[in-house]
Design a protein around this ligand. Structure first.
Ligand SMILES: Nc1ncnc2c1ncn2[C@@H]1O[C@H](COP(=O)(O)OP(=O)(O)O)[C@@H](O)[C@H]1O
Ligand SMILES: [Mg+2]
Length: 246
């Protein structure tokens, strides 16, 4: 379980998160919605240790990770797919996936993947999830479309067998049909028993796929609940779903 307790994060004098508390469980998709600048990326960066919290606590399965280095946090199984999907452009699709297994090799006391067969099986699992990546296996990642790069970024994270997957705006800049594909894939990720925290400006799609949701406004959680309840809430509809309140 991932617990965030009363976390505040600042950039100098700018307080980007103010007393944020939330929780997420394995096998659950939790969406965090909010406008541009609300603090969504800051929250993910705070969890992953890139922008440490000024105060508050973050616990993974009861162990405090608040002040650990980003490297230690990755090694504990927290994996972030950053905004604008950063794949290794000059490496092939397959090599990108292989590198995704690297944290697992050194991190968690699991045996290194000298075992080429395990690596191969894991890559095949990712290809089963994203058949287009198999077709593009030898292609350089930089030549993929935006949607394919997003799939590769997610696939690479899954190669590390994460306990927590932090997805930052996976639909950003993608065509509607591709967005649908990406959300279908995210929906399937529920089955791998990982904690999934999904950050999105696309509130409609994010609430549709999630079990629960939180709404972030200028660094504060202003609403939380089952995703279906949030999607049905007139204030949320008006502010985030482009519907007029009745
Ligand atoms: N590196 C930074 N330095 C200073 N301010 C920042 C930095 N990154 C983000 N901010 C500010 O923190 C607030 C939250 O930003 P961010 O977490 O990126 O929001 P979101 O991801 O919801 O769009 C914004 O006001 C933004 O301008
Ligand atoms: Mg952001």
């Amino acid at each position: 379980m991932l617990e965030i307790k009363n976390v505040s994060t600042s950039y100098g004098h700018v307080e980007a998160l103010r007393g944020v508390s939330m929780a997420a469980h394995p096998g659950e998709i939790v969406s965090l919605i909010g406008a541009n600048g609300a603090g969504k990326t800051t929250l993910l960066n705070t969890i992953s240790g890139m922008t440490p919290a000024r105060s508050g606590q973050i616990l993974l399965n009861g162990v405090e990770i608040t002040r650990l280095s980003p490297e230690k946090i990755v090694n504990l199984g927290v994996c972030q797919v950053p905004e604008r999907r950063q794949v290794f452009a000059t490496l092939s699709v397959r090599d990108n996936l292989t590198l995704g297994a690297y944290t697992r090799m050194r991190g968690r006391g699991e045996p290194p993947i000298k075992d080429r067969k395990t690596l191969h099986l894991d890559i095949e699992t990712i290809y089963a999830m994203f058949p287009i990546l198999k077709q593009r296996e030898k292609q350089l990642a930089g030549t993929l479309s935006g949607g394919e790069q997003q799939m590769l970024a997610i696939g690479r994270s899954l190669m590390g067998r994460p306990k927590v997957l932090l997805l930052d705006e996976p639909s950003l800049g993608l065509a509607p049909l591709i967005v649908r594909d990406i959300f279908e894939i995210i929906n399937c990720l529920r089955e791998i028993d990982t904690i999934i925290l999904l950050v999105e400006q696309n509130a409609r799609a994010a609430l549709r796929v999630a079990d629960r949701g939180y709404v972030l406004e200028t660094g504060r959680i202003v609403m939380a609940g089952p995703a279906a309840d949030l999607a049905a809430d007139p204030a949320i509809q008006q502010a985030y779903l482009g519907k007029q309140g009745r």
